[in-house]
Design a protein around this ligand. Sequence first.
Ligand code: ADP
Ligand code: SF4
Length: 653
Amino acid sequence: MPHTRAAMREVRAEGGWGVVNTGYCSIHPSSDDTPLGNCRMWDDEDIKVHALMVDAVHRHGALAGVELWHGGSGTGNRYSRMPLISASGISADTTYPGWINLTQSRPMDKQDIRDFRRWHVDAAKRSKSAGFDIIYIYAGMNFGPYQFLLPWLNKRTDEYGGSLENRVRLTREIIEEMKDAVGDTCAVALRFSTDELLQIPSESCESEAHEVISMLSEVPDLWDVKSSSWTTETASARFSEQGAQEPINSFVKPLTSRPVVGVGRFTSPDAMVSQVKRGILDFIGAARPSIADPFLPNKINEGREDEIRECIGCNICVSGYHDCIPVRCTQNPTMGEEWRRDWHPERIPPGDPDQGVLVVGAGPAGLECTRALGLRGFAVTLTDAREELGGRVTIESALPGLATWARVRDYRTNLIQSMGNVDIYRGSQLCTQDVIDFGCENVVIATGATWTREILSMTGRPAGELSGEAVFTPDDIMAGAELEGPVVIYDFDHYYMGSCLAELLRKRGHDVTLVTTASSVSAWTFMNNEMGNIRTRMIELGVNMVFENYLTGFSNGVAALASVYDGGGVSSVEAAALVITGFRKANDALYQELVADRDRLSDAGINIVRSIGDCHVPGAIVHAVYSGHECARTIDAGDSEQAFKKERPMIMV
Ligand code: ADP
Ligand code: SF4
């Protein structure tokens, strides 16, 4: 997606980031992660694809970096169909279902190693032609050169195996050869994972990680240090604090005079400055903070820290990678839309200040819609039935581990409260007549959704609601309902709610059994890299887990279950209370009543009534924010189709 990526990265350069990198960029078809979102530098045709981005980044005075990558056995080659190659034919990541390959890898012979080095050099030369300033070699995260570093993946008996000096040889050769080829104008950077080598004792140093850095100390122009596991590195806020990688990065700087960069989901300028002042890092690296706020550096520079749209650590962006689509972000609805919709995170076309808009509901959808409408200059009135703004994020941020989610509310309320053209009415529940009486020409309904007590039939279809005093929904629990244990949580929502409630109720001292139709707890969270951490937490908390079962009934203190496969294995779990975490229903009664009588609307001078967010379609918070933003951008666009540009493959002639 060259246009999508170039525009997305241009916005970051404009926002003040000093260096803007590509994601992992394959150097050769023997390292192919298709359909996942890796880019390529396979031949000269690929140069112009990258040049588009480089030029865009350079337009704003930033440097452009390319993360050249060979995955070794840590990729799939599903598209190229080339055999996987690795140090000793041992597969990396054999236990992680998403990465399991159905082929093993072939041990590299001497010719393979010569080719491997040459591919790096060729890709570096192409990168230089594309205009890149910083060219990486990737020796981390179970990828090619890193597999040579690890003794359990490298069993070679030649000069590339055995002693650490031998295991480092390939990485050293590649850096030196790349520097010879492009080092006159380009920096050659090493991306290196520290944590696993830190666990290996060394005779001359504290660990083999220390020894590798000492050996290669001045060889690369820049050290980029990180964890070996993507799920650790990108742990969500539910499971890690910002700067969590400090323990595995802090030893590097004393061993080299080259600059050191690292990531850590830094959103606080103080945390960044602290890392630099304490000598942990020279440069602050960022993926998620730059996704949530591409203008974070400029805002720091200009003393506008309170305007930073802080990443909430939800990892929806990570799911974009697994979904093979442009990155999406809960906090930044313009992410991935820079080119195809021409949406800019800081600029929005002005609207008509004489036009009023009434927004009913101040959850993520209503707040984002209000923020963007306010920026456009409309006269906005925002109402919410509750005293506290934020809708679901205010409620859900009280769940264990989700405190950062309140930033979705705080960022927006901070801004709209200071807008002279936005009036906010709290504790103001509106009915249809209220909206009619208000008589505002544009009305946006953002009244959210409500969890239901609906369960599933044995064919997985909606099967009606369960009733009874001991049957609860997540809304009930979050509203403070008292319940008796033991508790069964029946989860077919598959995102965070089931496991968050399990954690909450377990911490309140209840025995909890989490029953799900899926094969894992919070099954969707494979997509945002949370699943392993969630499952571990459930085990640590002593939550009993039952997978691949439907709930077939609940009475007399017993929940009846049956296998999703054949209805067999009928079993029962003792349960004084049942919490159903399944479907949500749109709170769209107000919207439906309004649009049911068009004449009444016209008489009241109301031209447009739109529903947004969960009231329109129940979804995740990312969908609500996007929906609110999209409405604000298009409310005055008439009936024209909401088209967006599409990347088109080039037709070869
Ligand atoms: P979304 O995720 O779509 O933004 P939320 O459920 O988070 O939805 O927020 C919906 C908000 O709408 C809640 O804060 C709720 O108090 C408010 N709300 C619902 N019905 C009304 C109403 N009739 N009048 C005013 N506010 C309402
Ligand atoms: Fe942060 Fe969530 Fe946005 Fe990712 S999607 S950058 S984790 S707010």
